[in-house]
Design a protein around this ligand. Sequence first.
Ligand code: GUN
Ligand code: FE
Length: 429
Amino acid sequence: MVQRTKVFVGNIVHCNKPFTVQTLEKGFVVVNEKGKIIAVDNLSALDSCKDKLGSFEEILLNDNQLLMPGFVDTHFHAPQYPNAGLGYDKPLLDWLQTYTYPLEKKYSDTEFAKTVYDAVVKRTLAAGSTTVSYFATLHLDSSLLLAEAAIKFGQRAFIGKVNMTELAPPDYVESPEDTISNTLEFIHKLVAKKCHLVQPIVTPRFALSLDLNDLNKLGQIANKFDLNIQSHISENKAEVEMVRDKFDDLLYAEVYDKTSLLTNKTVLAHAIYLTDSEIELLAERSTSVSHCPDSNTCLKSGLCDVKKLLKAGVNVGLGTDISGGYSTSIMNAMRSAVAVSTHVSFEREDYDPLNVYDVFYLATMGGAKALALNHKIGNFEIGKEFDAIVGEVQECFHPHTALELLQKFIYTGDDRNVLQVYVCGKRVK
Ligand code: GUN
Ligand code: FE
């Protein structure tokens, strides 16, 4: 269905440069019928702009409302949603075996998968996540159902059929042959759906799930079809040690680099225990990190020094990491990222922790860049696709600037404060 041209008028905030929030107090954004941004300006230019438009729909924001880019969740395990908030009594490797793999195994049941995946997409859209990078499970059919849920509800998404051939229960691993052939079939079937918003992403679970040969085959597949890649890295000390033992003293990042998995379209979750040389390697390859502060706390994985990654030139986005994390909301991830960075600063001299504007950048442009979508979404540059949220701060007792509204929205808001959500110009909440 062709959309009407839309003109949004009100307070606008977005990051026009790295870590810089631009505000247009009483500004406007024009979105054409294809969902692309064709004008952004101050109110004084509105009348002359309207004169040049044909018919359009005007969306007027009130003084307590804010138009901002949609949030990007760079790391979400959709099948783990039924476990959100459960089982934080065990560290990563025990948690995977005790709670996670037994739940993921259930997605051989496509009815169950459809029920959960529909709920996940609706919930994340309601929370303002216009783009999500999802891990599904090993199952080909139910992974396609996750893609169908995103298509049906209008979310921009990457969908990963997970690859895992070892270190899991015998009835929840694939053979090396199947993991490759099923991945190829998954990619072809998803691409055949011809939905430009929903794309496959190559998803080796982590270095302990596959051998070098299979990791390498997945690197080749990503390269051949020019696909994004997602995985985990250096989340937990025991995990890092096992990787060193398994791969003859290669560093964790070297395992991925050796198998062509470190690209500028790769996003790696956690990255808590990277050495300086690994951080340098990620920066060199333009590989991004998904920072998942809630998960890192719940599973007692550790404190990620995001400022150090950024200083070294590594791009960072935010991830909820359901169900390592408990919250489906990137607003919650923003608050937790500030909290964790502040806690890191208590132990350091001259350490400037992430602030509320920094995490707004990570949640929008940082995430867009992590998924190699920074030329398409992430802010309100003319020519980009319009993925956006209308947020509202309830109970304002005196007037606030747009920047104050943004602070209050991030710190005190939840999905009840996310009034409207748009993906590629289409209203999805
Ligand atoms: N490492 C490998 N698999 C997982 C997972 O499902 N969640 C988290 N947090 N870490 C992992
Ligand atoms: Fe994860």
